[in-house]
Design a binder for this molecule. Sequence first.
Ligand code: ADP
Ligand code: MG
Length: 236
Amino acid sequence: MKPMLQIDGLHSYYGDSHILRGVELSIAAGQAVGLLGRNGMGKTTLIRTLMGYVKPAAGHVRWNGHDVTAQAPERIARLGVGYVPEGRGVFPNLSVRENLVMSERAGAGGQRAWTLDRVLQLFPRLAERLHHGGMQLSGGEQQMLAIGRALMTNPALLILDEATEGLAPLVVAEIWRVIAEVRASGISTLIVDRNYRAVLGHTDRAVVMEKGNIVLSGESTVLAGDHSALARWLGV
Ligand SMILES: Nc1ncnc2c1ncn2[C@@H]1O[C@H](COP(=O)(O)OP(=O)(O)O)[C@@H](O)[C@H]1O
Ligand SMILES: [Mg+2]
């Protein structure tokens, strides 16, 4: 089967720093993939490159077989990639409702599975704060709103970069519950999170990045039991 997202030989630089060094990664439709690796190994750069925010020096990003390398982020998003960046990104001066409604659109295949009502069902807390401004939300609520906004675009793939970073344990649990529901709804996911156990518990496959390369890839259940690999690559 042809993968939905296929990344081949991707190299990216920040100035003279060679960050991505030939990354290969593919994600099939409906698949949940974990992206693991210590701090500074290039996970965010890989996501920013596939989204079109960083222009790669070499390599290709393909979406359903079409070359989308270095296309504008807005275009990649319209093709069906929802991206919740590190540090969120909600509009502080707009209400929760406005933040959600402004993101609403049909998916690339015309699907409108995710509506305001469905997102509010998924996040009861946001429903309670519908008319609050983005600025008045707690960190956890802002994160939920960022995920809700991505879902309103009806993506085929949802990318979450450190979605639980800095949140209280109860809110973190809520985010993982939502990730499980998103996965069950058939949306593919690419998940970066410091909690590798949670990542492995919510994905089919995972890959490990080390200095700009994927050094390990496997089924999440198998990786979860591979203590020597986890110790070697994640230092756990
Ligand atoms: N905007 C930037 N300019 C220069 N170097 C950067 C920039 N962003 C990240 N880096 C460097 O690129 C490397 C990879 O970073 P990043 O992709 O953020 O890693 P990760 O997400 O795995 O923690 C790190 O060495 C980091 O310091
Ligand atoms: Mg990062």
